[in-house]
Design a binder for this molecule. Structure first.
Ligand SMILES: [Zn+2]
Length: 493
């Protein structure tokens, strides 16, 4: 088994795991620690005791099976701390933000299977001495390096992605093994700015350097902001949309005598002003940031009903990146979203994807692995996060309540667990034996959820349904043409 398939390298993942590659039919020999409940081709928690309890609950509560999911007591702030890297990481102070469209030369860290997006946290566990020295130098300068993904070309050379994202160090720990005399670096960095690679070279010590252009974020003005008569503003705009909603009277010394808030409940449809233009209101609704945000959040709830709306970014740009990070998209789709310069366009693309996607499949053999409703957030950062194993391999991992067509390999272990209190067991696709992720089971009886799955984004691919669930498409009332446009967006991947 290749090293990068071992999630959390455990000495207890031994021959049992390797034997399994040629044992696709006989699940009973996949390792002595496999729970009998998990041995079948289909992992169905609904058949266990917990499932029976939930079904009983379902008869009482309409929420049924899914009500079990809302009451887990795991501290969801723990995964985001990456405590498996140790609690001795030191904060790196200072931030660097590059101007849009500037061309800078930065060290490049190619990571297979990882497409970093702004806002995403990336943990690093580095052993390469030159790279460690370069990162240490960065900590004293602008703290910024670039992350690009790569895949192997037919001639076995790495094919680097054209679009990448800068990562900013915010904590690190460098240690030297006295016996071997080698450095090990553990660090956390956060995605900041998108860039396009203009050229690459290796410096004298072999570090990959890239000349990159920082991609701009193009924010379009609010719909109809120029067409709407100012007299309508106080009747149809939210307070953030206008500056003069509060009228204040001051005396000569500048003291406030009286302040009146002119905001009235929306009495006029804020798209009425569209009739003063050559486009009907529905056209403006397609590109309205507030409406798009509402639709995206509603769609997110159909994926993950435990999601707290208050925990989501309120800014359209940040929300678009949050969705790009947390949707289980394959690299091509993520790269596409990363290349989009306008948050409105990005949100529209994400909305189209979410409406079309119903199931997640094995990327290798297209076997169905999970339904989208099984996605949930084990971390306060969202359902999909990057974690690093002791071998230095970064895995972007999606958490799900249930998964099908998987089989467990080897023994379970709590060593280096990304989710404190949970033991992991390697999970493979039953169809093609590809590594898919891990099953996590609670080490303590009182910890809930008692079990869940952490599947690699790089092993999954969303499957798009041909028919659209009308119940989920409330935008049909906005425009009949929108559906066609969604098709075009999807076809454009
Ligand atoms: Zn497969």
């Amino acid at each position: 088994m290749a090293e990068d398939l071992l999630p959390l390298l455990g000495h207890n993942v031994g021959p049992a795991g390797d034997n399994n590659d040629s044992d696709s039919e006989n699940t009973s020999s996949t390792g002595s620690s496999v729970d009998p409940e998990d041995e079948g081709l289909i992992e169905d928690e609904g058949d266990g005791e917990e499932g029976q309890r939930n079904r009983r609950k379902g008869r009482v509560n309409d929420g049924g099976d899914r009500t079990r999911t809302r009451n887990h007591n795991f501290d969801t702030t723990l995964p985001g701390t990456h405590s498996y890297l140790g609690d001795d990481l030191e904060e790196v102070r200072g931030r660097t933000v590059h101007e849009d469209n500037t061309v800078v030369t930065i060290p490049l860290l190619p990571l297979p299977g990882v497409v970093l997006v702004p806002g995403e946290v990336i943990p690093l566990h580095l052993f390469q001495q030159q790279l460690i020295a370069a990162i240490r130098r960065l900590a004293d300068t602008d703290k910024t390096f670039g992350v690009v993904t790569y895949s192997m070309e037919p001639d076995h050379s790495p094919g680097f992605s054209e679009i990448g994202c800068t990562a900013e160090l915010y904590s690190m720990k460098n240690e030297v093994d006295d016996q071997a005399g080698l450095s090990v670096l553990r660090a956390l960095a956060r995605g900041r700015q998108r860039f396009k690679v203009m050229g690459m070279h290796r410096d004298v010590v072999g570090i990959l350097m890239a000349k990159v252009r920082i991609l701009p974020e193009i924010n379009v003005p609010r719909c109809l902001s120029g067409a709407r008569p100012a007299t309508q503003n106080k009747f149809c705009c939210s307070p953030t949309e206008q500056d003069d909603v509060v009228k204040t009277a001051v005396d000569r010394q500048g003291n406030v005598i009286k302040s009146i808030n002119l905001v009235v409940n929306k009495q006029v449809d804020r798209f009425t002003a569209a009739h003063l233009t050559q486009w009907p209101p529905w056209v403006y609704k397609l590109y309205d940031a507030e409406l798009l945000k509402e639709q995206v959040i509603k769609e997110l709830h159909s994926w993950n009903d435990t999601l707290q709306a208050a925990s989501l970014p309120t800014d359209a740009t940040e929300l678009s990146y949050w969705v790009a990070q947390n949707l289980p998209l394959d690299n091509t789709m993520r790269m596409h979203l990363l290349g989009v310069t306008c948050p409105i366009h990005r949100l529209r693309s994400e909305l189209a994807i979410m409406k079309k996607c119903a199931i997640l499949c094995c990327k290798n053999c297209m076997k169905q692995i999970a339904r989208k409703e099984e996605v949930f957030s084990m971390s306060s950062e969202g359902p999909l996060g990057a974690y690093v194993n002791p071998g230095g391999h970064v895995h972007e991992t999606l958490t799900l309540y249930k998964a099908n067509n998987l089989r467990l390999v080897g023994y379970s272990s709590t060593e280096h667990s990304w989710f404190p209190g949970y033991a992991w067991t390697i999970a493979q696709c039953h169809g093609c034996a590809s590594h898919m992720g891990w099953k996590f089971t609670a080490a303590k009886k009182k910890l809930t959820p008692q079990k869940f799955w952490g599947l690699c984004r790089s092993s999954l691919i969303p499957s798009f349904s041909k028919t659209t669930d009308k119940a989920n498409v409330d935008t049909a009332s906005i425009a009949g043409d929108e559906q066609e446009e969604e098709e075009l967006i999807l076809e454009g991947w």
